[in-house]
Design a protein around this ligand. Sequence first.
Ligand code: GUN
Ligand code: FE
Length: 426
Amino acid sequence: MGDFVLKGNICYSVSKTEIKACPHSYIVCMDGKSCGVFEKLPQQYESLPLIDYGNRLIIPGMVDLHIHAPQYAFRGMGMDLELMGWLQEQAFPEEVKYEDLDYACDAYSIFAEQMRKSATTRACIFATRHWKATVLLMNLMEETGLITYVGKVNMDRQAPQELCEEDVEQAILDTRKWLEKNRGKYRNTMPILTPRFLPGCSEPLLEKLQEVRKEYDLPVQSHLSENPEEVESVKKLFPNAGFYGDTYHKYGFFGNDAKTIMAHCVWSTEEEVECMRGNGVFVAHCPASNMNLASGIAPIKRYLELGIKVGLGSDVAGGQNESIFRAMTDAIQVSKLYWRYVDSAWKPLTFEEVFYMATKGGGEFFGKVGSFEEGYELDAIVLDDSMQPYPQELSLRQRLERSIYLSIDLNGIYAKYVAGKKVKCS
Ligand code: GUN
Ligand code: FE
């Protein structure tokens, strides 16, 4: 698809405190990038093809910084557990099945199809330990047109034997096979190093993964300080570390050597928070998961004020669905409980802040992504909010807020563009 103009009711974040709402306006897309939003179409763009979305809303595509593809199959089930029990009873038994490529193909096809239909245009995805199934997932994600990072999971302890790497040598062989299989193969699908979490990773494994990371220049994703029992176990497993993330830092997995996303950060200590800030670690805030697994409430307002990079994650199946609209409202709601019950120093998150996190905040992990400002890659979704009728006059800002609160993304997206390319989403 070449250059074009979209017309409609356009909303996008310019900062944590400001959403621009531009009724009946134009976005110009050239070479996959936005040339800006205009109330009146400048003459030099008049010859470009124009797609008029009428009274519908056009907003940036959603960025999901943390989702587990193999857990999609059991979303919404087995939620009455905390993290460590939930992993043993729900997540691990399901993930074992991805050794079987027929099962992986069935399950991952459903996942990819649902992601295609969702409001998400960019995602960072965990697969399982199995390198072949991970390649299969990458093939399927490439077909969706979304731009994603996908990681073969590395773990060598505290899980059923079938889910643990046989030994460090085999782990590295498998990780290399996975990386060689996808090298230069995709336009939109990129590998990301994925040590699962510290209870599941021995130091010899982390050490060897560091070499692989450097050799292939990979970004990193993992979990951090999610649950009190997990944090306690990490203290015992790594007694010399100053804090949970200190061990990731030791191996260059904490923003110090590579672009890094850490999911959750509910129980991070002052030192850990300072290290995340100093190294530009992205926090994937996953409020649905933190509620479902009773992990707690991450102090996101504080992180934002400290200048930490924060995006949102669905964390399916800790979170029950892939809706980043839902993640936005959950983020606001849990922040209200945090303010009321935990620390009145930190006011609730605003709609502007969560919209920023869902788009421009998380989008930064992918480059200039998540806004319609000039020079940003054009990821856009078109919403038809007439599916939730209203009798009164509403401003564009009100229509945006209710569309998010009512999670209208779960009923389908009217149109979707990723880096200036139209993607099938129905
Ligand atoms: N920590 C380690 N693995 C997982 C997982 O699959 N989900 C969540 N929420 N936390 C984890
Ligand atoms: Fe997770």
